[in-house]
Design a protein around this ligand. Structure first.
Ligand code: DGY
Length: 325
């Protein structure tokens, strides 16, 4: 008998086809998110779960899923999953690193350019029919080229952002839990700084570290006060690494110049203060959202899930200790 798996959100047909070769698939192609109870009911007799970052896979859900053997997240970040609870039950957890690095780095760069050159402001000005002619001092922005870029979180996506910065002749500095290897630093053309040094020196700060209890509100009022007054903050990683209330205040009072945000605390709800501000560019968590990348993420998750259920080591196993018991 094939193992039963639940797919919580709509995915591409090629991923479903791959899953169907190996599993009995219960796919939610309507894309209406399951409530926790509805998901728990589905998982009562399922061995596999392919889920999205919008699904909370917590200890309660795990306890209600007696047959579960693998949770395959369609995301590189997995803060939606209680990994220790899965590990304690011997459930393998997988993610989708690698396939989304470049698309996510592109979006971070897009937010940086859009905030520096005020693209959303000027677009709305034109659409409203307010443009009456060219003026020398009109819509002045700041230069991205030759500016100092500070990347906090020098993992694969951070490195992909640093590579892009070369083309803009930027000086790249970074902060990470620990410095990356000299080879990676050389490839990224990036120099390590303490957090305070980075905040004081960077014209643009891009956040690319994973969200965890340790990185919750890593950037709050105190850190924004340490940034250059004209600096721009980009959050393209996870809501919660920035204290959004403090950010609204810093943008309102000119503590920093502008922000580009793809993620928010408590998304899809966001602090209403952002909507009233012109110096913020907003995007709805689309960092990895190109067709090729989202397709690759779904297929990577499907491959991980099938490998785990076949008894093979999934290529992107998060909790390797589960297999070493
Ligand atoms: C991820 O993979 O963690 C991204 O946020 C999804 O877009």
């Amino acid at each position: 008998m094939k193992p039963k798996i639940i797919v919580t959100r709509e995915v591409f047909d090629d991923a479903i086809d791959h899953l169907k070769q190996h599993c009995e698939v219960d796919a939610n192609q309507t894309d209406i998110a399951y409530t926790p109870d509805a998901l728990a009911a589905k998982l009562v007799n399922a061995q596999g779960l392919m889920c999205a970052l919008t699904d909370r896979v917590d200890a309660t859900l795990i306890a209600r899923s007696p047959q579960l053997r693998v949770v395959a997240n369609i995301a590189v970040g997995y803060n939606n999953i209680d990994v220790p609870a899965c590990t304690a039950r011997g459930i393998q957890v997988t993610n989708t690193p690698g396939v989304l690095d470049d698309s996510t780095a592109d979006l971070a760069f897009a937010l940086m350019l859009a905030t520096a050159r005020r693209i959303t402001e000027v677009e709305s000005y034109i659409r409203k029919g307010e443009w009456t002619g060219w003026r020398l001092k009109q819509w002045l922005g700041v230069d991205v080229h030759h500016a100092t870029l500070g990347i906090i979180g020098m993992g694969r996506i951070g490195q992909a952002i640093a590579r892009r910065a070369r083309g803009f002749d930027m000086k790249v500095i970074y902060h990470n839990r620990k410095p990356v290897s000299p080879e990676i630093e050389a490839r990224a053309n990036a120099a390590y700084r303490s957090m305070d040094e980075l905040l004081a020196q960077a014209d643009f700060v891009i956040l690319q570290m994973p969200y965890s209890p340790e990185t919750h509100h890593l950037i709050g009022a105190a850190q924004m006060a340490k940034m250059k007054p004209g600096a721009i903050l980009i959050n393209s990683t996870r809501g919660g690494v920035v204290d959004d209330k403090a950010l609204v205040e810093a943008l309102k009072t000119g503590v920093i110049r502008a922000a580009g945000l793809d993620v928010f605390e408590g998304e899809p709800k966001l602090d209403a203060g952002f909507l009233a501000l012109k110096n913020v560019v907003l995007a709805p968590h689309i960092g990895s959202s190109t067709e090729a990348t989202r397709r690759a993420m779904a297929m990577t998750a499907a491959t991980n899930l099938v490998a785990a259920l076949n008894g093979d080591k999934p290529p992107n196993l998060v909790n390797a200790e589960v297999r070493n018991r």
